[in-house]
Write a protein that binds this ligand. Structure first.
Ligand code: ZN
Length: 212
């Protein structure tokens, strides 16, 4: 029901576009669940005042993960499966996930964008981090061995298991023309188990999943 908030509080132009967008999926075979997945990209930006319903401060939790700083928040609907996912990884001796970024509000994203090289960050409104449903991850191996996240055991485990907890690797390799984003192995998005498993099994993106 996230989109209802957006429709209620959104700016006129955005609300109309979202309505049109949702209406375009009203096919007979369309599954209701798909309407509940919030799509955020250059073509579907969030309004400035969009905020997740309930944010959880990760620093205050007992957790199976580490934090890059004490000021990282996620929406509760994303935090709870994330906690289960990292606990499952830990039970299989895959340890030390570091959450480097979670919820970013519109103003924070404006700052990030202003401080970044062109093409390296999203404009405010076009970042999934504003949903509270996306997080960026790292692993101690990246720091100790100076290796890329997608070469770590942590990433290998996520690739095989994150869909079981409702997460997708949102910006896969070779899909930039569809997502509008470069490959970002560290950026996970919560979409729910059904969607995550279908997206992962078929090797498609959220954009492709929602358009079918
Ligand atoms: Zn990210």
């Amino acid at each position: 029901a996230l989109h209802l908030d957006v429709l209620t509080h959104g700016q006129g132009d955005f609300s109309q576009r979202l309505t049109d967008y949702l209406t375009s999926f009203k096919g007979e075979n369309e599954r209701q669940a798909r309407e509940d997945i919030l799509l955020v990209n250059f073509d579907h930006p969030l309004p400035e005042n969009y905020q997740p319903k309930e944010l959880v401060c990760l620093y205050e939790q007992r957790h199976s993960f580490r934090l890059a700083n004490s000021n990282i928040y996620l929406a509760r609907e994303c935090y709870e499966p994330m906690e289960r996912m990292f606990a499952a990884a830990e039970a299989e001796n895959v340890n030390g996930f570091i959450v480097t970024s979670g919820y970013r509000d519109y103003q924070r994203q404006q700052e990030v964008y202003a401080q970044s090289e062109p093409g390296k960050a999203q404009e405010a409104g076009a970042s999934e981090h504003q949903t509270g449903l996306a997080m960026d991850l790292s692993s101690p191996d990246c720091m100790v061995l100076n290796t890329w996240f997608d070469t770590t055991d942590a990433f290998k485990w996520l690739s095989e298991h994150c869909a079981e907890y409702g997460f997708i690797i949102r910006y896969p390799k070779g899909k930039t023309d569809i997502t509008g984003y470069d490959y970002e192995p560290w950026h996970l998005r919560y979409v729910g188990v059904d969607a995550a498993e279908e997206i992962t099994e078929q090797g498609i993106t959220l954009e492709e999943y929602l358009k079918r």
